[in-house]
Design a protein around this ligand. Structure first.
Ligand SMILES: NC(=O)c1ccc[n+]([C@@H]2O[C@H](COP(=O)([O-])OP(=O)(O)OC[C@H]3O[C@@H](n4cnc5c(N)ncnc54)[C@H](OP(=O)(O)O)[C@@H]3O)[C@@H](O)[C@H]2O)c1
Length: 249
């Protein structure tokens, strides 16, 4: 059974994905920000999940998470799920931590990054980004960058299946109680990309996957599927917005 590490699994989509994977018999490694949050995953640990602890807004703690994950043995998949919507932690948590963990965790066969539809309004410029986390970061920019990271990894590590997922707007703490999309479908694609032996995840790279509410299908390739041209107005934007939505099946 695949072994999957899920960041930010104390709550929301990360916890739901971890819970479902565990229920399907997979080995799951959970992640919480500090010792106080261990209570939130106690039931999952009692069902056999391992857990690592560390604050993703702190680069030293993030490096510690990578060390602890590697000490548990090689993962088959990592779901880079943790995220914040506003404030100074946006860049550290949403893009620096996934970047560091990708670099430092022994490469798994599959990588799944949580993006968002708001990456379409991200600015493709690195010039004014405060990587230190002293200034509030733009959520849209962070999701454009993490989507770009997924594409870059797919290119650099051809043996690794690297995907970015837009989970829809779903009713978690981040999404809010009025979010219109189906919560179950908000984590289905991540689970599928991380573990399924269907031809889809095995033959697909550089895909921005999202759930299809009408069909209850786990993956819907972006409508731009197959187009490789520059969609945006600059190379980085075009790179993220075109390559990430291209299925190589
Ligand atoms: N919900 C939506 O509608 C939606 C839409 C598009 C994309 N997304 C993306 O989906 C992912 C999951 O979102 P969600 O809705 O499940 O959010 P959520 O309910 O707010 O859960 C976020 C998780 O990330 C963890 N986390 C945040 N900052 C952390 C830090 N500094 N160190 C360690 N853990 C940290 C949280 O831990 P604590 O519980 O301890 O705070 C929590 O477990 C995010 O990347 C988000 O951007 C969500």
């Amino acid at each position: 059974m695949p072994r999957v590490f899920v960041t930010g699994s104390a709550d929301g989509l990360g916890r739901l994905a971890a819970q479902t994977l565990l229920a399907h018999g997979h080995d799951v490694v959970l992640h919480v920000r500090n010792g106080d949050r261990l209570d939130a995953v106690r039931d999952l640990v009692q069902r056999g999940a391992a857990v690592v602890v560390g604050d993703l807004s702190d680069s030293e703690q993030t490096r510690g998470i990578a060390r602890d994950v590697n000490a548990l043995g090689r993962m088959d998949a990592v779901i880079h799920n943790a995220g914040v919507y506003t404030g100074t932690q946006v860049m550290p948590v949403n893009i620096i931590a996934p970047y560091l963990l990708t670099a430092l965790i022994d490469p798994p066969q599959r990588l799944v990054y949580l993006s968002s539809g708001s990456h379409y309004s991200g600015r493709p410029s690195l010039a004014s980004v405060d990587w230190s986390g002293r200034q509030a970061g733009s959520y849209s920019d962070s999701k454009l960058f993490v989507t770009t990271l997924a594409a870059a990894i797919a290119r650099l590590w051809p043996d690794v299946f690297s995907n970015a997922v837009d989970p829809g707007w779903v009713p978690t703490r981040m999404g809010g109680p009025g979010a219109p999309d189906d919560l179950r479908l908000g984590h289905l694609t991540q689970e599928w990309l991380a573990t399924s032996d269907d031809p889809g995840p095995c033959k697909t790279r550089l895909t921005a996957a999202t759930t299809d509410k009408r069909e209850s299908a786990p993956l819907r390739a972006n409508p731009h599927d197959g187009k490789e041209g520059v969609i945006g107005s600059s190379p980085i934007e075009g790179f993220a917005k075109s390559l990430l939505i291209r299925s190589l099946c």
